[in-house]
Design a binder for this molecule. Structure first.
Ligand SMILES: Nc1nc2c(ncn2[C@@H]2O[C@H](COP(=O)(O)OP(=O)(O)O)[C@@H](O)[C@H]2O)c(=O)[nH]1
Ligand SMILES: [Mg+2]
Length: 306
């Protein structure tokens, strides 16, 4: 894993990035008090945030690497944050992601960081909102975020990114069946990757049919693209679709409202963590207390937090 960082020429950008990498590892495990301190120290400088979500094995890491390479060629500083679904104890997938991305991005300036998802049930890192804010504070103009999941994860990712790319393989049919109603509709772009495998075309058409039903409601209809990691033209098409969505968003989404929703989500995730911290430190004699008393005890301590 040390290959890329170690081998690259040491530059000002290089040492800045090593610091960011260290900071992110810290933030990923920070207490709420530490997170608040870090947030105060770093200024906000919004970056374009593009989320890739979808079932494991769909090809998200591979695609993100290719898309990042294509977009980095335009000269903008790009960061990739991959939230690893495996437990912190098994770093296998983490390493796999890095190896795949590093190979593609070896001759670029793209910053890559994989973080464990920790104990959160939704596959997002508990501190993801802090992590993204820290990366933004470091001057990247674009962040590509990889998260695993088809289900509730999209709600969290939805609030944190500007463009959400739902990535599936042609074999993900069962996973689509299992998706909660509405998940497909949260995506801004739907990608059927591995279109070299059978069934991709058919699946794309099925999804288009589902999405078309929304046209009557006046919703924007997400484009459904077919990609193959080794096909540069399909990667360029995906990159253009991301740009088109960015433009659409500028014209149609109230930026102040989106910013407010993001802040609300961030505060909620800080509070959720804070409550968990306090519950973990309840005293021994809490056993005798009623639920209402425990609630009051936690609420009071939250109130005492600056
Ligand atoms: N056949 C084929 N395999 C692909 C394609 N894209 C990725 N893969 C492979 O699919 C596997 C899972 O890819 P990965 O990017 O790790 O998926 P992730 O779990 O969604 O991040 C890897 O073995 C990739 O090499 C593609 O376009 N076609
Ligand atoms: Mg991956």
């Amino acid at each position: 894993m040390s290959g890329r960082d170690g081998a690259s020429a040491v530059s000002v950008a290089g040492s800045g990035r090593r610091r960011l990498a260290r900071d992110l590892s810290k933030i990923a495990r920070a207490s709420v008090a530490e997170s608040l301190q870090i947030l105060r120290e770093r200024g906000a400088r919004p970056a374009r945030r593009i989320g890739f979500t979808g079932p494991p094995g769909a090809g998200k890491s591979t695609l993100i690497g290719r898309v990042a390479k294509a977009r980095a060629a335009r000269g903008e500083p790009i960061a990739i944050i991959a939230i690893d679904p495996s437990s912190p104890a098994t770093s296998g997938a983490l390493l796999g992601d890095r190896v795949r991305m590093d190979a593609v991005l070896a001759d670029t300036d793209v910053f890559i960081r994989s973080l464990p998802s920790g104990w959160s049930a939704d596959g997002l890192s508990d501190n993801l909102a802090d992590v993204l804010a820290a990366v933004e504070g470091d001057g990247f103009s674009e962040i590509l975020l990889e998260t695993v999941g088809v289900g509730q994860v999209e709600n969290g990712a939805r609030a944190l990114v500007d463009t959400l790319v739902l990535t599936m393989g042609p074999q993900s049919g069962d996973q689509i069946q299992a998706m909660k109603a509405g998940v497909l509709e949260t995506a801004d772009i739907v990608v059927i990757n591995k279109c070299d495998l059978p069934g991709a075309e058919r699946m794309a058409q099925d999804i288009r049919n589902v999405l078309e039903r929304n046209r009557a409601n006046g919703h924007r209809i997400a484009p459904v693209l077919l990609t193959r990691a080794n096909d540069d033209a399909s990667i360029a098409q995906l990159s253009s679709a991301i740009d088109e969505h960015t433009q659409w968003r500028t014209a149609h989404v109230d930026a102040a409202h989106a910013e407010e929703m993001r802040k609300r989500f961030h505060v909620r995730s800080l509070l959720t963590r804070r409550v968990a911290e306090l519950i973990d430190t309840l005293p021994e004699d809490a056993r005798a207390a009623s639920v209402a008393q425990l609630y009051a005890c936690i609420a009071k301590q939250i109130g005492d937090t600056e």
